[in-house]
Design a protein around this ligand. Structure first.
Ligand code: VTB
Ligand code: MG
Ligand code: MG
Length: 322
């Protein structure tokens, strides 16, 4: 993939963020999600690439989602796999809370995990703890390993976990092990990424969330030198069948970084929709000006860029004023 694609993908997440930010706090999560989705589709279709969505929210019958199998781009080379969450945190935007972002990752065709939209159990750490944790170890062993790798006492380690009833036993085990916990309402992509930035105060992500978010986090952590693994959690026979159809032979397998994102050629972009730990949200400065912040990274070089953009809305193609 040409490195210029990184800037194209920035445009995609920027437009999605701009359009969905108009729905902040309006209590309408579907509208916020649709705005992001439509914007992404529109902008993708100007990009010279032959892309296929291999993992994302929504399946074929759930239009207008960017559905799995949907083709994006002009159809010119290169052929790429796309992982997408047009709006990571629809509830966040609807309720006007922190940490929503528009997220896309691309990699050469065949390099991203092809899986249905279902739950995935995840474990993510930053570069210092790469290769030191494993889902086959207990939570306590992983906390001890990350404490050692990050040169901390276990009581200084912070585990980040989605605040869900299904995580009650996990939370209890983390407490028993003596580590601290940051419970988040939503947004485990940003949480996983934050493990790679020591100053952001989280050492390890545990627990289940969306599988698309797992692949997106894997792309980001590959660029950042961190580590992630996951296990799909199909809940019905139909979901199990869909996994098999998508080529996942052993559903219980622990999917390692290389299974989630193969090779060294992934590009990840996320633009803040609402303010978050990692990114500023969209600011509408006047009727015609808006500011966005995006993190864009390439695995090949490991370059991490924060793109601070000032948009002229009256000249912007694809911008939908509400
Ligand atoms: C997860 C998590 C996401 O939504 O998908 C969650 O990975 C949905 O899980 O970051 P629940 O069904 O438990 O709400 C997010 O928090 C936002 O998309
Ligand atoms: Mg979403
Ligand atoms: Mg999401």
């Amino acid at each position: 993939m040409e490195r210029e694609l990184a800037m194209e993908i920035v445009r995609v997440t920027e437009l999605a963020a701009l359009n969905s930010a108009r729905w902040m706090g309006r209590g309408k999560k579907n509208e916020a999600d649709n705005a992001a989705t439509e914007a992404m589709r529109k902008m993708f279709d100007t990009v010279a690439m032959d892309g296929t969505v291999v993992i994302g929210e929504g399946e074929m019958d759930e239009a207008p989602m960017l559905y799995i199998g949907e083709r994006l781009g002009t159809g010119a080379a290169p052929e790429v796999d796309i992982a997408v969450d047009p709006l990571e945190g629809t509830n966040i935007v609807a309720s006007g809370q922190a940490n929503a972002m528009a997220v896309v990752a691309i990699a050469p065709k065949g390099c991203l995990l092809h899986a249905p939209d279902m739950y995935m159990d995840k474990l993510a750490v930053g570069p210092r703890a790469r290769g030191k944790v494993h889902m086959d170890q207990s939570v306590t062993e992983n906390l001890q390993a990350v404490a050692k790798a990050n040169e901390k006492d276990i009581s200084d380690v912070v585990a980040v976990v989605l605040d869900r009833p299904r995580h009650a036993a996990l939370i209890e085990e983390i407490r028993q092990a003596g580590a601290r916990i940051k419970l988040i309402a939503n947004g485990d992509v940003a949480a996983a990424i934050n493990t790679a930035f020591p100053e952001r105060g989280v050492d390890i992500l545990f627990g289940s969330g969306g599988a698309p978010e797992g692949v997106l986090a894997a792309c980001a952590l590959k660029c950042l030198g961190g580590d992630i693994m996951g296990r799909l959690l199909p809940e019905t026979d139909e979901e199990r069948q869909r996994c098999l159809e998508m080529g996942i032979k052993d559903i219980n397998q622990v999917l390692m970084m290389e299974d989630l994102v193969r090779g060294e050629d992934a590009i990840f972009s996320a633009t803040g929709v609402t303010d978050g730990d990692m990114l500023h949200g969209v600011r509408f400065l006047s009727k015609t000006k808006a500011r966005t912040q995006t993190i864009v990274m390439r695995a090949k070089t490991g370059t991490v860029r924060f793109v601070d953009a000032l948009h002229n809305l009256d000249k912007k193609v694809g911008w939908d004023r509400l």
